[in-house]
Write a protein that binds this ligand. Structure first.
Ligand SMILES: Cc1cc2nc3c(=O)[nH]c(=O)nc-3n(C[C@H](O)[C@H](O)[C@H](O)COP(=O)(O)OP(=O)(O)OC[C@H]3O[C@@H](n4cnc5c(N)ncnc54)[C@H](O)[C@@H]3O)c2cc1C
Length: 428
């Protein structure tokens, strides 16, 4: 059979990391590309990333990288092979922005500047002669009925239509809506028949109704073990710090655990965090240690012991919960009373009521169902010529640079695949 070929005009919807990389790669592959961004500038969320330092990727091996996205991570094998973490580092290094590996595997620009990361990306996109439309919100995907490649362009909020052979949706999730990520892409995808897996806050802080929370605001308990207890049973644990806020708890380890918490709360379960303030001990071994410590305390009272052993704002909260007779001398404390105190040290419970609102989350969990997207190309399995990349898909990584790498890798693959010539029989 004889085939005719042409390079398609491509529209990328959304100028975050995924959209910028998709536009760059498609243009590099000789496609004509228009990048449509709703706000006045590209990459607003990227500028916030890593507290303005931009934790761009991670040195983790492929297996670990994929595992950072849980069950859905295997969807990423192809994208991470086509554009790996090392390729991403090379992308920036070769453009004059060297990267630094931290001991925990996180990769940052050497100058700790998200602004520089955005600068390099922007220059690459402009250098690849991508046409950029700012302040232009896409409101619809225009499709032709009854053709092999139904996508024919996008409609904009001002009523205009831009024609294209292919469209890449890279509109991100719906956290931090001021950055432009307001979840528009979900409606665009649904309009094309796609399923959106229910959305929830990802890598989020957690709210608690414990009365003591406000007294602890600003306190950080360091180097502890935080366990998620669902209906009294341990489901997951992380070693690190916890930060108390006016509403509940936060900190990188809490964010990592938040997915399990959100799922458990959605299922109507009772969720608590259990803090082991002495992670080198189990409950039983710590009680033995405390028995010895109390015996050698001389005239010290329990209240004095707790003041010495715990941070200043935490000691009174702990005392109220776990020490029935704080004025009693440690050496005179009975075993039941001491066991209650030692349990407080190794299993301090915090009742969790809900996650913070999705607008404040780091990422959005849920999104376009992966079974409807071809992982080899990022093309929709439902609508030929329609592609997805980045956070809009049902992929949620842990903290550590995984989410930005996902955005860059899937963006690269979507751009490259969309730029591939459409091959159709000559007789149509
Ligand atoms: C505070 C914070 C810190 C973070 N830090 C890190 C970090 O250090 N490391 C890490 O790996 N991840 C981090 N993340 C997550 C990471 O920033 C996101 O996963 C990533 O930005 C997703 O990229 P994206 O391109 O898919 O979407 P986004 O970055 O959300 O970009 C989507 C773009 O689409 C545009 N858009 C939306 N709707 C439309 C429309 N209708 N028409 C046209 N344009 C539209 C938006 O304006 C936006 O510019 C952080 C997130 C937050 C909120």
């Amino acid at each position: 059979m004889v085939f005719k070929q042409w390079h398609a005009g491509i529209i990328v919807v959304g100028g975050g990391p995924a959209g910028m990389m998709a536009a760059f790669r498609a243009a590099q592959c000789n496609a004509g590309v228009t990048l449509v961004e709703k706000t006045y500038r590209l990459g607003s969320k990227l500028l916030l990333s890593g507290g303005g330092r931009c934790n761009i990727t991670n040195t983790a091996a492929m297996k670990e990288f994929v595992a950072a996205f849980g069950e859905n991570g295997k969807f990423l094998y192809r994208a991470l092979s086509v554009f790996s973490p090392q390729d991403l580092v090379d992308f920036f290094t070769s453009r004059g922005l060297p990267m630094r590996n931290d001991s925990d595997g996180k990769v940052f620009p050497e100058n700790d500047s998200a602004e520089s990361v955005l600068g390099v990306l922007r220059t690459a996109v402009e250098g690849a002669t991508v046409r950029i439309l700012h302040n232009s919100a896409v409101t619809g995907i225009v499709c032709r009925q009854g053709t092999d490649v139904p996508v024919s362009g996008v409609s904009l909020a001002d009523g205009s239509v831009i024609a294209a052979e292919k469209v890449i949706i890279a509109t991100g999730g719906m956290s931090y809506p001021k950055t432009g990520s307001t979840g528009d892409g979900y409606a665009l995808a649904q309009q094309c028949g796609h399923t959106v897996v229910p959305l929830s806050a990802g890598l989020t802080a957690l709210e608690s109704d414990e009365k003591f929370i406000k007294e602890l605001q600003g306190l950080s308990l360091k180097d502890i073990v935080i366990s998620v207890m669902v209906n009294g049973k341990i489901k997951a644990a992380e070693h690190g710090d916890i930060l108390f806020t006016h509403f509940g708890v936060s900190g990188p380890r809490v964010l990592v655990l938040s997915g399990i918490v959100v799922d458990a709360l959605t299922g109507g379960n009772i969720v608590e965090l259990s803090l082991n303030l002495r992670p080198e001990y189990s409950g039983e071994t710590f009680d033995r240690y405390l028995q010895y410590a109390f015996e050698s305390c001389g005239p010290k009272t329990i209240a004095q012991y707790l003041r010495d052993a715990l941070p200043a704002s935490f000691a009174p909260v702990f005392q109220q919960r776990y020490a029935g007779a704080p004025a009693k001398k440690c050496s005179e404390t009975g075993s039941a009373e001491r066991k209650k105190i030692s349990a407080g040290f190794t299993d301090f419970r915090i009742h969790i009521t809900q996650p913070r609102p999705i607008e404040e989350a780091t990422i959005t969990r849920g999104g376009i169902a992966l079974k409807e997207i071809n992982p080899q190309t990022m093309e929709s399995r439902l609508v030929k010529g329609l592609f997805f990349c980045g956070e809009i898909m049902d992929l949620a990584g842990i903290t550590g640079g995984y989410n930005l790498q996902e955005a860059f890798s899937t963006g690269f693959l979507a751009g490259e695949s969309a730029a591939a010539p459409i091959v159709v029989p000559a007789d149509i």
